[in-house]
Design a protein around this ligand. Structure first.
Ligand code: PLP
Length: 379
């Protein structure tokens, strides 16, 4: 049997596929002399806003800053509570703290692992100002229910869409039922530049203007400032992202094809596979399974040259030192904690071949049929 390695990321292969176009786009920026807040950024923002079906897109230097500047632009700060999930990348909550606000963690749904809508209502107090759902692994959260709750209580909704560009709900698009959508373009995301990048997408022109100001030292006009940040998306990255944005939908389709190979092949194995509610279009930023013997499975795959990683093995409220002297409220999080203990992300990127995914599947099946302890526990 072939023992070639199967890595976790495909971005170097992706670069090789697009090399001529990307190299040319970068060289044009180098020759243009406009590297910051230049024409490539303007064009990328127009194309991204159009792609998302929104009026405005504002490029910033990371997904974390997209969240932070969206929160600040909406006026969130000290004393304000923001309801979110602990089953996410750390930056979701970090940005809430950096804005000076209080994250309130509620549990996730056992099937989708996105924020559990029924838990949001119970967590609302007179201080609640916003809800921040995360479209985890590329699956949209239940936005219609979230939007209804938000409307009833007069709350903002900011979507953490770092993992889900191009995804759709059954009856809704991302960005349709919220105040702002935050994206990350760090290289490993579904749309990635060669480093860090992010954007806020919104129909709220006042908010977009405020974020444009915040990202540029509080300045919209040369020499006039208030206190902001230095958080701009560079033109080189914008030029690269323009080349890649045209391919995102094709890449998402390919991710779904590969997910189907995993879904079919692993259906009988003692694992929990990703769940997609009917009518939703998952974009599989990650193909995350749950396995009671996660660490053993991960080690087995590694011994076969296959890299599987964990997202996220330590939930935010479980981090050492939590909450670092900052305010936080934590509701019971049994599903989040179970997920942290069992979750394992299998290789998933458009550049994988069907044969590579078949081999990962085979190795998992071999392991699960021969693993006595697993069958005992599963039985
Ligand atoms: C990647 C990510 C972020 C942060 O984006 P950066 O560009 O790395 O700052 C925030 N939230 C989620 C869910 C992410 O996956």
């Amino acid at each position: 049997m072939s023992q070639t390695k199967i890595g976790f990321y495909g971005h170097v292969k992706q670069y090789h596929h697009l090399k001529a176009e990307i190299d040319q786009a970068i060289l044009e920026v180098l020759e243009s002399g406009s590297y910051v807040l230049g024409p490539q950024l303007v064009k990328f923002e127009e194309e991204l806003a159009h792609y998302m079906g929104k009026r405005e897109a504002v490029g910033v230097n990371s997904g974390t800053d997209a969240l932070l500047l969206a929160f600040l632009g909406l006026g969130l700060g000290a004393g304000d509570e923001v309801i979110t999930t602990s089953n996410t990348f750390f930056a979701t909550a970090e940005a809430i703290w950096l804005a000076g606000a209080t994250p309130v963690f509620v549990d996730c749904d056992p099937r989708t692992r996105n924020i559990n809508v029924t838990k949001i209502e119970e967590a609302i107090t007179s201080k609640t100002r916003a809800i921040v759902p995360v479209h985890l692994y590329g699956l949209p959260a239940s936005m219609p229910e979230i939007a209804k709750t938000a409307k009833r209580h007069g709350l903002f909704v900011v979507e953490d869409c770092a993992q889900a560009i191009g995804a759709r709900g059954d009856s809704f698009a991302i960005g349709e039922l919220s105040d702002a959508v935050c994206l990350s373009f760090i290289i490993q995301k579904n749309l990635g530049c060669f480093g860090d990048g992010g954007a806020v997408v919104t129909d709220n022109q006042q908010l977009a203007t405020e974020i444009r100001k915040l990202r540029n030292h509080g300045s919209l006009k040369r020499s006039y400032h208030s206190i902001g940040y230095n958080s701009r998306l560079d033109d080189i990255h914008a030029a690269v992202l323009r080349v890649k944005l045209k391919r995102v939908d094709e890449w998402s389709r390919r991710r779904r094809e590969l997910a189907q190979i995993y879904d079919r092949g692993l259906a009988g194995a003692p694992l929990t596979l990703p769940f997609t509610p009917p009518g939703y279009e998952h974009v599989y930023h990650l193909y995350a399974i749950e396995c009671d013997l996660r660490d053993e499975l991960q080690t087995h795959l590694a011994s076969k040259g296959i890299t599987a990683l964990t997202h996220y093995p330590i939930a935010i409220h479980q981090q050492e030192g939590f909450s670092w002297g900052r305010p936080a409220r934590v509701h019971p999080l049994p599903i989040t904690e179970k997920s942290a203990a069992c979750v394992l992300s299998l290789p998933m990127y458009p550049e994988l071949t069907n044969q590579e995914v078949e081999r990962v599947k085979e190795e998992i099946l071999n392991w699960s049929t021969t693993h006595q302890a697993l069958s005992e526990r599963a039985g």
